[in-house]
Design a protein around this ligand. Structure first.
Ligand code: MG
Length: 405
């Protein structure tokens, strides 16, 4: 195999690739603002994300393991930092815009509910239950909850920090990266208020920036690796079990070839380290080749092309096997499912109670809304913003039952 086209250590990157996103050619902010004197538009977006309330809450939100199950498990915050690290690393080699990658990576999970996917599923089901049978097929009515859409809602509307506008007023490019999936129905709703905006590509086709594509893949690389680590740390997975995954086993053997005495945690960490490195190199090699072949010469040409950031076919297949392994053995582990059930209960109980008795909500969320849908959305926003432990405390306060002793 030929050596990857990586920057040798110590060599600084001069300039950006022509297909990189350029902050001086940003499609701008929804509310025009003067440029900052010392930072680019993308640096400023990253900084706004870091200073947001939603970002600080990520520290107490579940990734896979509930926040109170142990101090060393990943939370949404440390996960987001790892995504940013991997994304920046790849971006620098490909001469893409690291600041934009970092802004998107740090913001990508801002819309997650407490308790990870269990919380999201429960909130979605609660909202859907109000929609009636007619809308059960699609979320065309606007009833429903989806964390990507909620992340966009956080940065566009829910953060209250600036005198002149709601939200963080981020650049188009950052918002485009945050909205990585979107149903057609939701895209139509977004398009109606922002014609030709971040949802347009879900209606008319096209790709997001390379930086956005990169964050998506960095997310996958990050969680596959750290969920192995957390899974073994929790005792729900054994190292031997993970070695059933060919991708992981290859790196475990490689580590043992070099360090035959290696075992336990150090063997685990070294295998994961090798796996992360190889996945990063694989993305760089594959993507550079795709960029060369496509001949894209601007960020706009990237948007007209098919997605260009990817694993090689071999790595894509191997990563899929690893994901399936984690799904079967970790995310659906009886012990994880049991906490998941209680987490769902907390979220759906809270939703019902707040909707029935708005006096239990803080004033900002309880203020009179015209329709049931608006009230339900306000309740969903409030619950989605909660940390795990705040949701648990609220549930105990309102129901007098301790679901998480
Ligand atoms: Mg993520």
């Amino acid at each position: 195999m030929t050596e990857p086209a990586l920057f040798p250590a110590g060599r600084s990157v001069v300039g950006f690739a022509p297909c990189a996103s350029d902050p001086t050619h940003s499609r701008g902010r929804r509310f025009p603002e003067p440029e900052a004197p010392t930072r680019t538009a993308f640096q400023r977006d990253r900084d706004r994300v870091i200073h947001s309330t939603a970002f600080r809450r990520l520290v107490y939100k579940t990734q896979v393991f509930l926040n109170h199950e142990g101090d060393l498990f990943r939370t949404r915050l440390t996960h987001s930092l790892e995504v940013a690290q991997l994304g920046r690393s790849i971006a620098r080699s490909l001469q893409l815009n690291e600041d934009l990658v970092e802004a998107i990576a740090l913001a990508h999970d801002l819309g997650h509910t407490p308790f990870g996917h269990a919380g999201q599923d429960a909130l979605h089901a609660s909202l859907r239950s109000l929609a009636g049978p007619v809308d059960a097929e699609q979320d065309a009515s606007g009833w429903g909850f989806e964390h990507n859409l909620q992340s966009l809602r956080v940065v566009d509307r829910l953060e209250e920090r600036y005198p002149a506008f709601d939200g963080l007023n981020l650049c188009f490019e950052t918002r485009e990266g945050i909205l990585k999936h979107c149903s057609r129905a939701n895209a139509e709703r977004l398009e109606a208020v922002e014609p030709g905006g971040v949802a347009a590509r879900f209606l008319r086709g096209g790709s997001p920036s390379l930086e956005a594509q990169l964050c998506n893949l960095a997310d996958e690389i990050a969680y596959n690796a750290h969920d192995i680590d957390d899974g073994v740390r929790s005792g729900l997975l054994s190292l031997e079990q993970v070695a059933e995954v060919p991708l992981f086993d290859g790196f475990r053997r490689q580590a043992l070839d070099e360090f035959p005495q290696l075992q336990g945690r150090r063997l685990l960490f070294e295998s994961i380290r090798l796996m992360l490195s190889e996945q990063v190199y694989d993305v760089i090699r594959t993507t550079q080749a795709a960029l060369d072949a496509a001949g894209v010469d601007s960020a706009d040409a990237v948007r007209r092309a098919d997605p260009l950031v990817s694993f090689s076919l071999g790595m894509r297949a191997q990563s899929q096997v690893l994901k399936t392994f984690l799904l079967r053995n970790l995310y659906r582990h009886p012990q994880v499912m049991e906490t998941t059930d209680r987490a769902r209960q907390v979220v759906s109980d809270l939703f019902t109670r707040y909707l029935d008795d708005p006096a239990q909500l803080p004033d900002a969320h309880a203020s009179a809304r015209d329709s049931l849908q608006q009230r339900a959305r306000a309740v969903a926003d409030y619950i989605a913003g909660m940390t795990d432990r705040f949701a648990i405390r609220e549930h105990e306060r309102l129901f007098g039952r301790v679901l998480f002793p």
